[in-house]
Each structure stands twice: as structure tokens, then as C-alpha cells.
Design a protein around this ligand. Structure first.
Ligand code: COA
Length: 196
């Protein structure tokens, strides 16, 4: 990448790993997405604001349309995770916050409850980190999470990200209490040296 060049994330996007296919959103994903979210509300509602809102399939379609629009506009990149063998939608990840002129991306994720504990999120994060460095040529990949969300920050630790610090009382959690935020990052040279 030369100076002053901004990266572009292709749409549609597909990344294949050992057990997963990562795909940019399509309208046909609305139903399996709704089903996966409904199954996982008790676990998701502690951490994801949208899991506390009333929802239905129409709202699900609206969300997918928004995700497609944001992807095309290059402002946010939600990606859906599918089991390669069965085609089941197992969760979602992506780059919800980016700055494509640095360029840098942040990775976010959630899994349907019945597919946790298999290392699928870890596999998706590694694939997206690889894609970010090797195809998008970003300077920085970031993961941010609530200090109380241990399962989330363990994904960052397991994939070899560096804990840069804990932002004390950074914002409010979903119950309105001040929360500490963990900031993890990886740089291209760390990815290349295989420090993960
Ligand atoms: C965050 C979240 C995706 C983590 O799910 P997870 O199942 O713990 O993460 P992984 O898919 O990477 O699986 C790791 C677990 O599988 C185990 N595992 C099994 N096979 C594995 C493999 N091949 N590779 C890695 N881990 C494997 C690991 O030991 C680990 O279990 P442990 O925590 O008991 O040690 C999930 O808890 C979630 O959706 N939470 C709600 C949403 C949320 O908080 N999102 C983050 C907001 S910042």
C-alpha cells in the first residue's frame, strides 16, 4: 500500500477456515440469525445491548439490510459465521469499528450458545486477523471488552493479542454501572513473527 491509499473491503466477502465459512451479510441470513439470537438471549443479554430489545423477524431483516448498507458504504463490516459441514449459522463477528485511513480495524464477536466451548470464536478471530494483516494490510487490529467479560477477553489472550491496558471507568455497562474496558491489540510485525 502506498501513502494516502485507503483500503477497501470487498463485498461480498468470504473467508474459509478449517471449520467455518465467514460471509458478509445477505438478506437470506435474517432467519437463521433470528433463530441463533433467540437461542442465546440469556447469555447475550449481559453483554450485547441489542439482546435486551424486543425483536422479530422483520426487525432482523432490517438489521441485515443495515449491515449490508454499512458494508457497502465501508463504514462497518459485520460478518456471519457458518459451520462448513452443516451450514448452521454459529454466530457473528466482523470489524464493527474501523479507520481505513490508518488503516486499523476492531474485531467484535458473539456465538450462539450451543456452539460455545469449541474454539470457533478463536478460529474466526485468527482468520479475521490474518485477513486484516495479509489482505487489508492494516497497521493495527484491536479487541475491546468489558473487564468483567472474561470469556470475551480470553479469546483475545488465546489468539496472542497484547493487553495494552485497562481503561478505568471508561463507560457505563448495560446496567448503568461504571465499567473498566480492556484494550488488546496486535501489530503486523507481531503477526508475522508468529507471537500468537
Ligand atoms: C465471547 C464468546 C464468543 C466466547 O465464546 P467461547 O466459546 O468461550 O470462545 P471459543 O469459541 O473461542 O471457544 C473457546 C473455548 O473452547 C475450548 N476449545 C475447544 N476446542 C478448541 C479449539 N480447537 N481451539 C480453541 N479452543 C477450544 C477452549 O478451551 C475454551 O473453553 P474454556 O474457556 O472453557 O477454556 C461467547 O462467550 C459469547 O458469545 N459471549 C456473549 C457475547 C459477548 O460477550 N461478545 C463479546 C463482546 S466484547
Amino acid at each position: 500500500m502506498g501513502e494516502n491509499e485507503t483500503v477497501t473491503v470487498p463485498f461480498p466477502l468470504e473467508i474459509v477456515t478449517d471449520r467455518l465459512i465467514l460471509r458478509s451479510p445477505e438478506l437470506s441470513h435474517a432467519e437463521p440469525m433470528y433463530e441463533a439470537k433467540q437461542e442465546s438471549i440469556p447469555e447475550l443479554r449481559q453483554w450485547m445491548p441489542w439482546a435486551r430489545e424486543e425483536t422479530d423477524i422483520e426487525k432482523g431483516k432490517e438489521n441485515i439490510r443495515k449491515a449490508i448498507d454499512e458494508f457497502k458504504a465501508q463504514t462497518a463490516f459485520w460478518i456471519l459465521l457458518f459451520d462448513r459441514k452443516t451450514g448452521q449459522l454459529v454466530g457473528s463477528s466482523g470489524y464493527p469499528r474501523v479507520n481505513l485511513s490508518v488503516p486499523k480495524v476492531e474485531i467484535g464477536y458473539w456465538l450462539r450458545t450451543s456452539r460455545t466451548g469449541e474454539g470457533l470464536c478463536t478460529e474466526a478471530v485468527i482468520a479475521q486477523t490474518q485477513y486484516a494483516f495479509e489482505t487489508l494490510h492494516v497497521q493495527r487490529v484491536e479487541i475491546r471488552c468489558d473487564d468483567n467479560n472474561e470469556r470475551s477477553w480470553r479469546v483475545a489472550q488465546r489468539t496472542g493479542f497484547t493487553l495494552e491496558g485497562i481503561l478505568r471507568r471508561d463507560c457505563l455497562d448495560l446496567d448503568g454501572r461504571p465499567r473498566n474496558t480492556r484494550v488488546y491489540s496486535m501489530l503486523p510485525e507481531e503477526w508475522e513473527s508468529g507471537s500468537r
